[in-house]
Write a protein that binds this ligand. Structure first.
Ligand code: FAD
Length: 621
């Protein structure tokens, strides 16, 4: 049967990619269908109940700046908030929240159910409707046919999913869920390059069987951070403590004794796992000299005793899991509520995608999330938002929007995937961004909310808050540059108490703020002024203290853009350019770009490589 309503966009899958995709398309006013296996699992965290962290919080803030749900849901569900790298520079500062997984799901479901233009439907998508090579709809497992202008697929770990615990394995999308085999088979018939990846999760533990008194406590930060630009501490539920314990030599011995029954080492698992989130057996195997690994003991929620022991993800047989867990300090009597497991699943080579996340082989079909070879809720949510908004733009017959690498981590993520592909689950790090001082978690709104508003993604409340912040910044910039501290005044005496040497002459407050030892609040207090709001203060401090570095990065971006049309000599020998990797030299030699712009668009040729090329050309021409 054909479903009576035609949609602008259909999103398959209600995980982190799918929910952001569906919300984005619907926010843009496009009639959207979110088709998912089970409405009860919308927004489910398959693994660790935590959002954010280094590199990842940058993506969460970008989703938020574009009106997405992840950050606001985190504020409503977060039971412990911390700012990581708080003492380091602003580029690498990252907010991380431990979440109550039930509250998180409830917040996402609330957002979905209250989103105009969005229809939810519970059913498995088994097939795509393809007309003249174009994807125009979806067929469900009961033969229901939904038609749309564009389809976004976000099937996560479900395509051909196989779950492993020791040498036992069975088909599954994640523990407790059926896999998507019919759709996986159908997609394998299409001309996409498919491969296998794997990821894993630790056993969960009943908190009543744990001795917390002998573990290190870890509390959240005070004042409590928020994740969303619109977040308020009052929105947070009760905050709780996490704990830290460690594996030991006995744990490692037990783990080694299970190597012969490890599906990973026995070659039963073929998919490649995440290098940066290895299983505990992987860690013990790779670092034989390390006698201990940290285990963060994180609550799964406020109304459950279950704990997530972060750091001991495993697919070893259950007897080994139990013995290894019970060898850990504080876990001597631990009861495992759910065994750890690994899952293998199909993913598609992201090099078969356009920057809009539309597939190259099938117009109208977009891919987002784990199926593109990434790992993590934040990476999935960010891609979902981009795919959803571009699917909506397609339905509106408008050109796609894709952020550049110097605009957003979202731009870095998608560009990395599309130009380089991935052989292992890809996760975001701040080190992947060339311009990380410009792409901070504190300024994602300043970078993206204007564009979000233009695209129809940003509502009036967010738009007003964003404009307040911008106006506050402009006002404060003017006030600080117009307020002077003159030697011999009471204000100067107060400022002198903050610095090594007394002020030799007059300075504007803006100049004084550039000094690392002068804090904004002490400075405005010395000048007898009232402070601005915290978001404005944060920007004033960063922009003043890092002005030199920020200007340099902006100048470099401008230089690269200006060099777009600069010609590369026809017979140029790329091998001469010092600092370029052999891989980049080879790619440039193969393609022989005529201009710098063309060189920059070759997959795998980074802006850093282009900079080196430009320096060389300038010197030798
Ligand atoms: P998912 O969250 O998997 O959502 C997919 C959705 O699609 C589900 O709602 C599903 O029901 C639905 N669906 C699938 N097929 C169909 C269909 N045919 N029809 C209708 N609906 C369909 N990430 C980390 O960062 N670190 C980790 O350590 C980590 N460990 C993990 C361990 C395990 C065991 C698993 C399963 C995942 C782990 N992850 C980890 C990954 C993290 O869960 C994913 O990155 C994230 O959930 C991906 O989001 P997604 O939206 O792409 O897919």
């Amino acid at each position: 049967m054909d479903f009576p309503q035609r949609f602008g966009v259909i999103v398959i899958g209600g995980g982190h990619a799918g929910t952001e995709a569906a919300l984005a398309a619907a926010r843009m006013g496009v009639e959207t269908l979110l088709l998912t296996h089970n409405i009860e699992t919308l927004g489910q965290m398959s693994c660790n109940p935590a959002i954010g962290g280094i590199g990842k919080s940058h993506l969460v803030r970008e989703i938020d700046a574009l009106g997405g749900a992840m950050a606001r849901a985190t504020d409503q569900a977060g039971i412990q908030f911390r700012v990581l790298n708080a003492r380091k520079g602003p580029a690498v500062r990252a907010t991380r929240a431990q979440a109550d997984r039930i509250l998180y799901k409830a917040a996402i479901r609330h957002a979905l159910e209250n989103q105009p233009h969005l229809t939810l439907f519970q059913q498995a998508a088994d097939d795509l409707i393809v007309e003249q090579g174009r994807c125009v709809g979806v067929v469900t497992n009961m033969g229901l046919r939904f038609h749309a202008d564009a389809v976004v697929l976000t099937a996560g770990t479900f395509l051909g999913g196989v779950i492993h615990v020791g040498m036992e394995n069975h088909q599954g999308g994640r523990a407790g869920d059926q896999p998507s085999n019919a759709l996986a088979r159908r997609l394998r018939e299409l001309p996409f390059r498919v491969d296998r990846l794997k990821t894993g999760t630790p056993p969960r533990i009943d908190g009543r069987s744990v001795d917390f008194s002998i573990m290190e406590e870890q509390w959240g930060d005070t004042p409590t951070p928020v994740m969303s630009y619109l977040g308020r501490v009052e929105d947070h539920p009760r905050q709780v403590c996490c704990h830290v314990t460690h594996t030991n030599e006995r744990t490692h011995e037990i783990i080694r004794s299970g190597f012969d029954r490890s599906p990973m080492f026995a070659g039963v698992i073929e998919g490649v796992g995440p290098r940066y989130c290895p299983s505990v057996e992987d860690k013990v195997n790779r670092y034989p000299d390390k006698t201990s690994h940290q285990v963060f003991v994180e609550p799964e929620g406020l109304n459950t005793h279950e704990l997530y022991p972060n750091g001991i993800s495993t697919s070893l047989p259950f007897d080994i899991q139990l013995a290894a867990v019970r060898s850990i300090r504080g876990f001597e009597n631990a009861h495992i509520t759910r065994p750890g497991y690994a899952i293998e699943y199909d993913f598609f080579n992201p090099q078969d995608l356009k920057h809009s996340l539309e597939t190259k082989h099938m117009p109208g079909l977009f891919f987002a999330g784990q199926i593109n070879g990434t790992t993590g809720y934040e990476e999935a949510g960010a891609q979902g938002l981009l795919a959803g908004l571009n699917a909506a733009l397609m339905s509106q017959e408008k050109a796609p929007w894709t952020p550049r690498r110097d605009e957003a981590y979202l731009g870095v993520l998608v560009d990395d995937l599309i130009t380089m592909g991935t052989r292992e689950p890809y996760r975001m790090f701040t080190s992947r961004a060339e311009y990380r001082l410009l792409l901070r978690e504190d300024n994602a709104d300043l970078r993206l909310t204007g564009k979000g508003r233009e695209l129809g993604l940003v509502d009036d409340e967010r738009w007003a808050a964003y404009n307040d912040k911008r106006e506050g910044m402009a006002r404060e910039q003017a006030r600080l540059s117009a307020t002077w501290v003159r030697p011999g005044t009471a204000a100067a005496d107060k400022v002198n108490a903050l610095v090594d040497k007394p002020l030799p002459h007059e300075y504007s407050l803006l100049d004084l703020l550039k000094r690392p030892e002068i804090d904004y609040h002490a400075l405005v207090d010395a000048a007898g002024l009232e402070p601005e709001t915290p978001p404005v203060v944060e920007q004033m401090e960063i922009l003043a203290k890092y002005a030199g570095y920020i200007d340099r990065q902006e100048a470099e971006i401008a230089r690269l853009r200006a060099a777009e049309h600069q010609r590369v000599p026809v017979d140029f020998d790329f091998g001469q350019v010092q600092g370029l990797s052999n891989e980049v030299k080879q790619k440039l030699a193969e393609v022989r770009p005529e201009t710098i712009g063309q060189a920059g668009r070759i997959p795998g040729v980074t802006p850093a490589a282009i900079s080196l090329l430009l320096i060389y050309l300038k010197k030798h021409q």
